[in-house]
Design a protein around this ligand. Sequence first.
Ligand code: AMP
Ligand code: MG
Length: 342
Amino acid sequence: MDTLHLTTSQEDIETAARILRQGGLVAMPTETVYGLAANALDEEAVSSIFVAKGRPSDNPLIVHISSVEDIERYSLVSSFPEKARKLANAFWPGPLTIIMPKSESVPSVVTGGLDSVAVRFPSHPAAQALISRAGCPLAAPSANLSGSPSPTTAEHVSKDLEGRVHAIMDGGPAQVGLESTVITLCTEPPTLLRPGGVTLEQLRDVLGQVDLSDAVLNKLNEGAQAPSPGMKYRHYAPKAKVYLVKAEDDTFRDFLSSKDKNSTVALCYDEDVPHLSVHTLPLGEKNDYTTQAHNLFSALRSADEIPGTQVVYVRCPDTEGVGMALFNRLIRAAGFEVIDLE
Ligand code: AMP
Ligand code: MG
């Protein structure tokens, strides 16, 4: 199929909304990463998302809404817990996905057969306008081929999905740069399943006790059941081999000084650049996790574009604040391979 390239003008939003109402697929900008959207209440349209991405069918999708009232309007949940209201007040619109008990109206293809549904109200104005003009909730996973780094620009989407989706809407680079934080209210206390722009510390400030799923920071044991299906799959990975390196500044720089300049790339901090002779992809200043998050997926994609790249060494972040989300993505990109020099 020919992929239509759209802007976020009112006219283009109407075009995209029409495509969605007719059961088509539209890649839309959001503040987390670009999403591949279809009408969440149209089973066939949702099924085509899995085909376009090559996504395993048991990996559920997030349902995007453009107001808290949409949850009731489209009767998405069988109950709207008080804790959901507190989270919505604190973090919506924004990069937080809330998992709640699902209603009959949500097709099981959206939830990978689970009896819960993941809901998010994004803050990106173009996403909000598209959802409300489409007149339906939008199921949207990240708009990349399954397994590759999530797209933070319309160009990334086009690299992966040109010819596989009806339209790509360019709304500029994604502000956060990492997928949403995912919390489930189907456990007591609630459990953080995926860290993102909203941090564990912030969730605990609002809800009190929040558990951290083991699989956020650790590899799932062979045969163990994933609390969230997405945790099982290889993710965020460039084609080159990625290693996470736990080291102080000088040790990291010394370690890289012995590496082959033609095949090694360092995903590092801005402060490392003058001290390294291998190719560098700086993510931001050492203590600026927000900027690092914004740049991470783009850097992982760039690594593959540097001719000859075979190995990417990445500095290992602390797991405080947004650092937890960075660590969670990087440890998966590295297939849990950590070189510990501390
Ligand atoms: P993506 O849309 O690609 O960012 O992925 C959405 C993530 O949310 C996946 O990793 C899923 O495993 C997770 N998710 C979505 N719905 C549910 C649910 N009902 N229960 C648990 N995890 C979910
Ligand atoms: Mg994804």
